[in-house]
Design a protein. Structure first.
Length: 299
């Protein structure tokens, strides 16, 4: 009986170990080559930050600096003796402050809105969710002028409030949290209500801790989105004191902070701007594929 069952079992997909050795070596070589090709721009960016301007202009793809120097990083951190520093620390402080506040707001408000749409029954619930999905289909560029007019009308233009408030909630985060909350069995919430917990207590103390994978995913996406935001800050501010890394780097690349190519300075600044998001992503990347069974009822 077991032999018949084994014989009738459909063969699964071939694993790598079943292929001949030459094919496996070829596959590993191709994957390694693609990985190195993907990392090459980041390596060039790292190396160029330690070059001089003439060396970077003459050998833009060179992987070894002719005369290694930290002049670009000294300018970024205000340590240059020539007094030609770049306000990188101010850009970094503005970006960090805005990203932290926006991320906290999105995690809180998106999770609350997602739970309300997933569990609460109120008039217009389906229509409201349809409007949220419709927002995802609207290009962000189409909202730039209306956003500027709203901020200017309410006196929020060129303020931290105007930079932060429109980013505190996003439709994609609400959709992610709603879909996750709907995967959690209702029996868990019904048991909490039997014990006397209200709607908010059930959400905060019972359901939200079970949504940890979704919350971490939303945290990473929110931090990345607010850290890399450019168009909103472009129409929400005009003073240099409110420049973030994205708007500051744009002014640097456009030549607003000195003449010449300045490749080492530009690429060093871009590298430092990338590191926080990359570190956050690599720390929490495993949670992107978790959560399918996070709300299961254990018996």
């Amino acid at each position: 009986m077991n032999a018949k069952a084994t014989a009738s079992r459909a063969p699964g997909p071939p694993v790598l170990g079943r292929f001949p050795l030459p094919l496996r070596i070829l596959g590993y070589t191709a994957v390694a080559a693609l990985g190195l090709l993907y990392l090459l721009p980041f390596v060039i960016q790292l190396v160029t930050g330690f070059k001089t301007d003439p060396d970077a202009a003459a050998h833009p793809l060179g992987l070894i600096p002719t005369t290694p120097t930290t002049a670009a990083y000294q300018r970024l951190f205000g340590l240059s003796q020539a007094g030609d520093g770049v306000p990188f620390l101010r850009w970094l402080g503005n970006s960090a402050f805005i990203a932290v506040v926006v991320t906290a707001g999105r995690v809180l408000f998106d999770s609350m809105a997602g739970y309300a749409l997933a569990r609460l029954r109120f008039p217009g619930r389906t229509l409201l969710f349809g409007f949220i999905l419709a927002v995802l289909a609207v290009p962000g560029v189409a909202l730039l002028i209306p956003r500027f007019l709203v901020l200017n009308t309410f006196g929020l233009f060129d303020t931290y409030t105007g930079m932060i408030l429109p980013l505190m909630v996003d439709a994609a985060g609400i959709f992610i949290m709603k879909q996750f909350f709907e995967s959690i069995p209702r029996e868990v919430e019904e048991a909490a209500r039997v014990d006397g917990a209200g709607v908010f207590r059930t959400f905060w103390s019972v359901v939200l801790p079970m949504a940890r994978p979704a919350l971490l995913t939303l945290t990473v996406l929110s931090f990345q989105g607010s850290w890399n935001e450019f168009t909103h800050f472009l129409v929400a501010t005009q003073s240099s004191q409110y420049e973030t890394l994205t708007t500051g780097l744009a002014r640097l690349v456009s030549g607003g902070l000195g003449g010449g190519t300045q490749y080492p300075l530009k690429l060093a600044a871009a590298l430092l701007a990338t590191l926080p998001v990359a570190a956050l992503f690599f720390c929490f990347q495993r949670y992107f594929v978790q959560g399918a069974n996070a709300g299961a009822v254990k018996e």
